[in-house]
Design a binder for this molecule. Structure first.
Ligand SMILES: [Fe+2]
Length: 395
């Protein structure tokens, strides 16, 4: 195991109907909230109304900032920051999926620390600005995917430069996450599938990129992958099953909380490779992961074959005893599983032209630089040529 420090400071509040407690909870953290959420006019409208009513009932003043996009744009978040400061807000209530919660973290921390939200993201060799603190954040997830509701990470897209990157700050842990399965049942089929694959991608990134070993982390990850697989099958048969939504919510939260990587933190090459798909083509992130995971697993299987083989045996029923042979079976098993849930996709299915592959690979190695030129970090540096090959295999 490698040394680590881990904390989970977010108070996790779970249960049907608990959104009605938003006002009482907010009262503990401030006087004027910004509710940050998606544009009105969709299935979230009654949920936004409920949060507003709860705040009114608790005597909390608020403004509602609507219009945060999936793949939240730094330009939109900067507008929210301006409004947050102009209105004298002192906390953010993030009501939405990972995009809204990520965006809200930048609103809370940038309003406190100054500058623009893009100053703080990791970008190639640039040294990102550091926060000095953040206003309190309360997360109310309406999607189970990113785990953002209980972690300190956040991803932003710059729509001018077509770049997408991330940052992490301890200041940005939500104080409270209100996870109400009543809200999660409104999620349509497509987003539900994308979300399940995103959870899967989080569970396998560190598992397959760390050179250190931690059986605890492996077992806890495998338990979540098996839970995810079972509940993925169940949810696509009944999108309104609240028990199943609750199980998926836990997979989302703990699958990207750090507990799944204790003692063997690695890196996140599959997320780096997916970045241009959502940054340039605005593809939902989970859908992009669906596309890049199988070819990555195939191309990199000989890098850490014992880890690929362990995952294949423990979660995908592979019985082959030779590690390399078992490792090479993992990609096919994952494709089989994605097809069984009708989730498997290629670049042409989402209309991404193959003549952009070279540029997309360039973006990956420029923004997420590996230890050698023209590489990005992975279990070994992943070269630009290999990233091109992964995209070619996605066609
Ligand atoms: Fe992700």
């Amino acid at each position: 195991m490698t040394p680590f420090q881990w904390n989970f400071p977010t108070k996790l509040t779970y249960g049907e109907g608990r959104i009605s407690e938003a006002g009482a909870i907010a009262k503990e953290y401030g006087k004027k909230a910004m509710i940050a959420t998606y544009a009105r006019g969709g299935f979230l409208d009654p949920i936004i109304d409920k949060v507003e009513s709860s705040l009114k009932a608790a005597g909390i003043d608020f403004v509602t900032f609507t219009g945060i996009e999936p793949n939240p744009r730094s330009q939109t978040i900067d507008k929210a920051i301006e409004q947050f400061k102009a209105e004298g807000c002192d906390m953010v209530i993030a009501l939405g999926g990972g995009s809204v919660i990520d965006g809200s973290k930048y609103i809370a921390a940038t309003s406190f620390s100054g500058g623009g939200c893009w100053d703080y993201v990791v970008l190639g060799d640039r040294k990102p600005r550091e926060y000095t603190g953040a206003y309190p954040i309360i997360s109310i997830p309406t999607v189970s995917a990113s785990g953002s509701e209980c972690n300190a990470g956040g991803v932003l897209t710059n729509s001018e430069t077509k770049e997408k990157s991330f940052s992490r700050s301890e200041y940005r842990f939500p104080k409270v996450a209100i996870v109400d399965p009543d809200l999660l049942t409104s999620l349509p089929m497509g987003v539900t599938k994308d979300s399940c694959v995103d959870i899967f991608s989080h569970l396998i990134e560190h598992y397959l990129s760390s050179h250190a070993e931690s059986e605890f982390a492996d077992r806890i990850t495998e338990a979540m992958i098996l839970t995810l697989k079972d509940n993925f099958d169940l949810i696509i048969n009944n999108l309104e099953d609240k028990e199943v939504r609750g199980q998926l919510a836990l997979c989302s939260i703990f699958g990207w909380s750090g507990i799944q990587a204790l003692g063997r933190t690695g890196c996140i090459p599959m997320h780096s490779v997916e970045m241009p798909l959502s940054a340039i083509y605005d593809l939902p992130h989970g859908r992009g992961m669906t596309i890049v995971i199988p070819p990555y697993l195939e191309l990199m299987a000989d890098t850490l074959p014992h880890r690929w083989a362990k995952l294949a045996r423990r979660c995908f029923g592979v019985t082959e005893s030779d590690d390399l042979k078992a490792a090479k079976m993992l990609s096919g098993k994952v494709v089989e599983w994605l097809k069984s849930t009708d989730s498997y996709l290629t670049l042409s299915d989402v209309n991404i032209p193959s003549d952009q592959i070279e540029k997309m690979a360039d973006d990956v190695v420029r923004m997420f630089k590996g230890p050698e030129p023209d590489t990005t970090p992975g279990p070994r540096p992943v070269t630009k040529a290999e990233i091109v090959k992964i995209f070619e295999m996605c066609k």
